[in-house]
Design a protein around this ligand. Structure first.
Ligand code: FEO
Length: 395
């Protein structure tokens, strides 16, 4: 391993997963990393482990610095298995280590791996002295699971934030200033949209809480992707802008699929209508774009138009999949409208609206359905709907 120091005696000992393409159905086109950190002092602490398929990499990285038996504490910031599934393997080597987790983290560890661990629970504000260094813990429920917490290295002002402030990006560089900035921000945006969007109000509160507690960050070291050392405030500002709606743009996203091209014609006419009002438009045909991409485009949009042809009296399968995915992520403050072509009975638009209302989305009007192939009049209605939506989001 090329040793990566965050500070004197604070090391990155994680693993790079270059080939990861699926993270619980989030398409991770650029892979990911599972970051773990080793802090050596009078006591030695390992902050997080890695996905079990990389446990050998983690142990090898630790051994280059110290004998795993010398680890005194294993801090488990989050029990989702991309971070904790090496815990049973590492704990066997680190025989004397005390596991440190939140109360809910303790429960989750036992529920995942059994009761054979020596677990110390911590609450927000509690500290653990390692020697010259102090770890301070902040519970961060739902960022990303109920058990999540942050570990702050007080003297070095390094926040080990686990899932928060991360991104799925496999790179040879470990720091923000070692990777392409455009790629980094694209992946940060994709990660936020696909993982953290449902928790926006909690993110705002957590950032406010850390600010009130005078938690200054010289570095933010998440559990995925790069460590923010050049400008940690950049990612914090981006999170606040997304979570408060400040980043929302006059942008319409059109997500659709098509059987014989009719719903495609409708989508294009709507795009033209919206463009005629000078707003930004993104058109994504599912089966050409994936759900993760669509949700990322939706993050900063003010309106979403969703089009499905009717198949067997219902929603076309790709749209059913998309709506299930996006409803779970709960995008806020967007105007939604639905459209599609049908052959005889129809049903897709009605069903999509039902799903949207159940998800709490603001639905604009009754939607627009066209029988078989849209003619000139139909396309004019599509153009007008696109234009109307654009006018509303500009108001
Ligand atoms: Fe990276 Fe919620 O796990």
């Amino acid at each position: 391993m090329v040793k990566t120091n965050l500070a004197d005696n604070i090391y990155w000992v994680g693993a790079v997963d270059w080939n990861l393409r699926d993270f619980h159905d989030f398409y991770t086109k650029r892979g990911s990393t599972y970051n773990a950190y080793l802090i050596r002092d009078d006591k030695t602490a390992l902050v997080d482990t890695v996905k079990h398929t990389f446990s050998d990499v983690l142990l090898r990285n630790i051994r280059e610095i110290t004998d795993p038996e010398k680890i005194d504490y294993i801090i488990v910031n989050h029990v989702e298995m991309d971070h904790s599934s090496s815990l049973p393997i590492v704990a066997k080597e680190a025989k004397n280590a005390v596991i440190v987790a939140s109360e809910r983290g303790k429960d989750a560890i036992i529920e995942h791996y059994g009761a054979g661990f020596n677990i110390k629970t911590v609450k927000t504000g509690e500290e653990l002295k390692l020697g010259a260094r102090t770890l301070k813990f902040f519970e961060a429920p739902m960022l990303h699971w109920p058990d999540s917490m942050f570990t702050y290295v007080v003297e070095d002002k390094i926040l080990m934030s686990n899932d928060a402030f991360g991104e799925h990006l496999a790179t040879s560089g470990r720091f923000d200033d070692e990777v392409d900035e455009h790629v980094l921000m694209e992946e940060v945006t994709t990660y936020f949209a696909n993982i953290l969007m449902p928790f926006e109000p909690l993110i705002v509160r957590k950032i406010q809480e850390l600010t009130q507690q005078n938690v200054v960050c010289n570095m933010i070291a998440p559990s995925h992707g790069v460590i923010w050392r050049k400008d940690p405030s950049k990612i914090v500002k981006a999170y606040l802008n997304w979570s408060t709606g400040t980043a929302a743009k006059k942008k319409v996203v059109i997500v659709y699929d098509t059987m014989w091209g009719s719903t495609d014609k409708m989508a294009r006419a709507m795009a033209e209508g919206a463009i005629s009002e000078g707003v930004e438009v993104k058109l994504l045909k599912l089966r050409a774009s994936d759900n993760s991409q669509a949700v990322t485009e939706i993050l900063e949009a003010k309106a979403v138009l969703v089009g499905s042809p009717t198949l067997n009296n219902g929603i076309f399968p790709t749209l059913g999949y998309f709506l299930t995915y996006v409803a779970g992520l709960k995008p806020k403050d967007k105007l939604w409208s639905f459209f599609g072509s049908f052959g005889w009975g129809g049903g897709a638009v009605r069903s999509m609206i039902e799903i949207a209302r159940k998800a709490g989305f603001e639905v604009h009007g009754p939607g627009l359905e066209v029988k078989y192939v849209p003619d000139g009049e139909d396309l004019k209605k599509c153009f007008e709907l696109g234009k109307q939506i654009a006018i509303e989001i500009k108001a």
